[in-house]
Design a protein around this ligand. Sequence first.
Ligand code: BES
Ligand code: MN
Length: 446
Amino acid sequence: MSATPYLAEFFEFLRFQSVSTDPHYAPQVAACAGWLEQKFQRMGLETRVYPTDGHPIVVARSERKPSRRTLLIYGHYDVQPADPLDQWTTPPFEPTLKDGLVYARGATDNKGQILAHILGVEKTLKEAGDLPVNVIFLVEGEEESGSESLGRFLEEHREELACDLIAISDTGMVARGVPALTYGLRGILSMEVKLHGAEGDLHSGIYGGVAPNPATLLARLLACLHDARFRVAVPGFYDAVVEIHDWERAEWARLGLDDNFFKRTIRARALLGEEGYTSLERAWGRPTAEVNGIGGGYQGAGGKTVIPREAFAKLTFRLVPNQTPAEVEAAICAYLQQICPPQVQMEITQGHGGEPFLCDPHSPDALAARRALRRTWGVEPALIREGGSIPILHTLRGTLGAEILLLGLALPDCACHAPNESFPLENLEAGIRLNQALLEELACSR
Ligand code: BES
Ligand code: MN
C-alpha cells in the first residue's frame, strides 16, 4: 500500500497556518479545527469542536461498545511559527514533496503523525466496517503554546474522555526504519531573571568603576549555575533525581547514538555536558540548566559606551524523575537570592512548568505497543527516553487515570521547530499500519 492516495489530504491539512502562539493566526487555527471536524464526520465518527478561551479542541469518537476497551489518541493541530522565513527552501505553508519527503511547517510536529492515526482508523473502518477497540480522538490547538486550555477541559470532560489507554505520536524514532517506544520524557521549568542597577543607563566613562553593572553581575550569576564539571550547582537540585538504571544504560548504548552522531547532527566542533555520563545519557536521563536568551544594554550596530540599567536572562531547566517543578523552583530561587550581589536588585518571573514523565515499558500494554511497532517496521523497537517535554502528559494520565504510550514517528533530522521541517511519506504510510496494528494488539493485551 502506498501513502500517495492520502497526499492531497495531507497537503490540505498542512496548508492551514495554524500557528497557536500568535493571535494574528487565530482564524487559520479555527479553520484547521473545522477541517478536522469535517474529516472525522466523513469517517462516520461522532464529532464535536469545543471552543475554549484559547483555540478549539476537537473530539471525535467511534461507536462505543461497552465490551471493548477504549483507546484515546491525543495529538495537536497547531504548529510553531515558521520564522525565520528566509531560511526555507520552499514556502512553509505550501507543502512540497521532494525525494519522498513532505516539506512544510508542522509536517512532523504534529500533523503528519496525528493524520497517520486518523487515516489508520479510517482504513480499518472501510475494510472491516468496525474497530477492535473504541477510539476517541482528542486533538488540541495549543500544544505549542503550553496547552493552557486543555487542563481545565480534561477536568470538565473526564467522563466523556474516559478510556483505558492513551496513545500519542509526538516523539521520535531512533533512525529511519528504527522504531522506538518512548517510556520517558523530561519535564520543564522556565523562568526569567532580571537584575536592576542604577535608575537609568549611565555613561560608562563617567561612572565606570563606580556604578554596579547589571550585565557584568548577571554574567557572574549565570556562571554560578554550573560547577567546573558542568553539574548544576544549585544546592538540592539533584536531591530527588533517580539515577539511570543499568538496564537503560545497556539498552541505550546499543543504539549507536555516540558522540560522533551528536557532533554530526548538530554540526558543532565539540560537545559539552555533565561529566560522568555519555551524551545520550545526559540528553535523556539527566537534568539540565540552560540559558535560552540573554539581554540588556546596547544591542545595535557599532558600540555604545553605556552601563545598562538592567540585564535579563531567560532560563529553562529540564527535569527528570522524581524532580518536581515546584521543588526545583524553590531550590533555584533560594540559590539565586543567596548568590545575587547586594549591589543589584533581582526580579524573578515564573514561566510554565511540566512534570517529567516515565512509564513502565514492560507493562502488558507497553508490550502490545512494542508488538505493533515490530509488526510495522519488521525490527525490534528500541526502548528510549527523550529529552523533550510534553507538559500535559502528567495531567492527562492523572485526570483520565489511563497509562500513556508514546509511539513517535519523527526522525532525528526532521527539523521540528526549525526551517525546512519535513516528514517522509514512508512514515505516514508506516504510521497508518502502526495504528491498525496497535488497535489489534491492544484489543487483546488484557
Ligand atoms: N513534540 C515535542 C516534544 C518532544 C520533542 C518530545 C522531542 C520528544 C522529543 C513538543 O511539541 C515540544 O516541543 N514541547 C516543548 C515544551 C513546551 C513547554 C514549549 C519542548 O520540549 O520544548
Ligand atoms: Mn513541538
